[in-house]
Design a protein around this ligand. Structure first.
Ligand code: ADP
Length: 203
């Protein structure tokens, strides 16, 4: 099975693109979904996070206060790295376990911080969803109701476009309408389903 890592900056359109591949029947594994599962009460990562940051991170129903956790790591590189070094090896293990159960010509693994965290030895190709920074900012502002200043701070914690593109085997350009995405997805779907490894795709 061909294993594709799908990545891109925040608001680039990863989830939108993954949903289109899913419509075409591709199995999707999502690192963010796994991260949320690992941080449910009594899961290993949950326990470590509470030990590290203290009980202030538990809500009255016993669940993790994700909003407060995001605030704590937002502008604190040391804490963010601590959390990443806790979560990413666990996420990798879970991805590997899910991969072992799949039987398909190809599958996509959505890994938002693929370029930043690296070390995903099971990937055959990297697919980057690329868009202009202005579009990222406008889309995230509309989706998450964050201030432009906060989005800039977030973008600074992520790899820049050039670095991400330099690691891409395939690229989906998301600078236009949503309708522009499906033809690009279909082209790659056909390529991946036949397990062909063509050079980097351009529009
Ligand atoms: P990511 O998963 O990379 O953070 P999303 O797929 O969630 O990004 O897209 C961010 C937001 O922008 C979503 O609300 C999505 O519906 C919207 N969006 C994505 N692509 C486009 C586009 N080409 N035109 C308009 N809105 C878009």
């Amino acid at each position: 099975m061909l294993v594709i890592g799908l990545t891109g900056g925040i608001g680039s359109g990863k989830s939108t693109v993954a949903a289109l591949f899913e419509k075409l029947g591709a199995p999707i594994i999502d690192a963010d979904v796994i991260a949320r599962q690992l941080t449910q009460p009594h899961q290993p990562a949950f326990t470590r996070i509470i030990e590290h940051f203290g009980d202030k991170l538990t809500q009255s129903d016993g669940s993790l206060n994700r909003r407060l956790l995001r605030q704590l790591i937002f502008a604190d590189t040391t804490q963010r790295r601590w959390l990443e070094s806790l979560l990413h090896p666990l996420i990798r293990e879970c991805i590997q376990a899910q991969l072992n159960k799949l039987n398909a010509p190809y599958c996509l693994i959505v890994i938002p911080l693929l370029v930043e965290t690296g070390a995903y030895p099971f990937l055959d190709r990297i697919l980057v969803v690329d868009t202009l920074k202005e579009h990222q900012i406008a889309r995230v502002a509309a989706r998450d109701r964050l201030s432009v200043q906060d989005i800039h701070t977030l973008l600074q914690t992520q790899a820049n476009r050039e670095l991400r593109l330099s690691l891409a085997d395939d690229v989906i350009h998301n600078d236009h309408d949503l309708t522009d995405l499906m033809p690009q997805v279909m082209r790659l779907h056909e390529q991946y389903a036949q397990n062909k490894t063509a050079p980097t795709t351009t529009k």
